[in-house]
Design a protein around this ligand. Sequence first.
Ligand SMILES: Nc1ncnc2c1ncn2[C@@H]1O[C@H](COP(=O)(O)OP(=O)(O)OP(=O)(O)O)[C@@H](O)[C@H]1O
Length: 583
Amino acid sequence: MPMLPVDRKQVKFMVAYLMTQRNPIIVLFLLIGVNIFLQIYNPQFIQSFIDAAKEGEERSALAVTALFFLLLSLLRQAITIVIQYVTSEATWKITNKLRLDLTNRCLAYDLSFHNRHTPGEMVDRIDGDVGRLNNFLSAFALKVISNYLLIAAILIIIYVIHPLIGAAVTVSAVLGLFVLNKLGSFGSATIHHYLAESAAFIGFIDERIAGREDIRALKGERHILNTFYSKLRRLYRIRKKTGTNVATVINAGELVLAFNMASTLLVMGLIYLYDTRLSLGTMFLVYYYMTILLVPLKNIVYEVSDLQQVNASLSRINELLNYRSKVEDTGSLRITEDRLSIRFDEVSFCYDNDVRGIHNVSFSIPANRTVGIIGRSGSGKSTLAKLIYRLCDAQHGTISINGTDIRRYGLENLRSGIAVISQNIELFEGSLRENITMYKENVSDEDILHIIGLLCMKAWIDHIPEGLDKKVERDGKNLSAGEAQLIAFARAFLMKPQIVILDEATSRIDPVTEKLIEGAFSTLMKNCTVLVIAHRLSTIRKLDYILIMQEGEVIEFGETKKLELDTSSTYFKLTGAGEGINA
Ligand SMILES: Nc1ncnc2c1ncn2[C@@H]1O[C@H](COP(=O)(O)OP(=O)(O)OP(=O)(O)O)[C@@H](O)[C@H]1O
């Protein structure tokens, strides 16, 4: 198809998705074929009608011809409705699969990807871009295909009727298509630019709305509104430019078609004057075909702008699907042991913006032992957790579990054994049960209540009249921060992890509940290797090991008991200096 300014890779990609709905698409092509046949065949009744009327045919015979014309027109309309239904059904299935694939990929991508793309931007890609693609497939792709088939069929039939007129119409149509094709690529770059800016704008709004409470508390509204306004102005300017380009394409296309139609009609008139074999009915038939021909050609002009948007959306979808995660899931080993040791060997990691996460970190935690990690804010404590969980991979050094590099384990298998509980707890709209089980259907209420009991949270759940059926609102709005943390604990221990990472996990719980929970932890964590990231020394005193971070480096690592007695150790000085102090 000469009109499609879509690159080959994107066509290949779309074909792969279209193939998932092979049968409905075959049915569609058959229906489109019948539809085109009727469009070509039906006008011949008009030709017969005109010629018969001119020759004084009986009224009843004329009425039969007219009736056939009407019946076939009705049949064509019915087929058009079926085509629309099957198309919309198939395209929804295709684009929903694409939405699912994109969401899955985005969830699996590494930290570096998520650092670069805000959630709002991803929503625009997964829903906005795929939505545009859906419109393209349902309202456009099939229309374009039928348009081209119809153009070809009309040209053939006009050739059959009169080769010279056929040649004139073909020259006119090919010229028209050539010019439209040239117009098609005009403005594609501005549309791409507009879509990228619009996604970033949605990301901006999303982030500001999420941070509304802090913005209000810190009186940041004025600044936010000013930035919002300047971004809107920028978007408006780009949109104006894009709109001008699209309008130019449509108007220029219309002009080309009008000129083409007029000149072809002139040529046809001349041929009619000199060729006495041509009847009035035949001339009307050719004219009728020409008017039908104008419809797909005009459609193509209007759809050029849609196509440009889809082209831009397709390349953005492809970009998202083809992103090469820096955390590659190439390992095939499975963790089979219950007891897991963790070892860091000269591990260094830098974030994308060249910020040093950790540098040359080495330590070793034996299986089923506990380690408390302390250090000033930004010293790299959470980075250690992200590396063990493989949200990102170290650029240097090796992290191993039971002596094997963690990159050699399957990612899902590795993560399934690690529970990370942090301050940022994500809760979802649904029941308390769903939020604890994370939608796993094979977890019974008894299992949940057992864990809740072990975590000494029974009094809390008994206090809730609806129990596990309690409705949790979006983002856990109807729960306190402490309650959200309790849910996170239940959620984590329900998965029976072998490694538990607590990143400031009890910071929002009241001191009485914290004491209760700490007691429960010691039972639950007996069979786990545990890393506790903390700001308060009291939280980690009872743990087996202490690791002190400073500016991305480990400045001390050792057994708590030994460090407590070593007067030269940083830990000794810290505990001597008192509570609540960071290294
Ligand atoms: N996603 C990120 N992208 C870029 N830099 C980051 C990212 N996360 C952390 N950093 C940077 O890496 C360094 C270590 O951060 P990390 O979160 O590990 O510190 P931390 O000791 O856990 O701090 P806190 O106690 O405040 O949680 C900091 O300088 C921080 O700015």
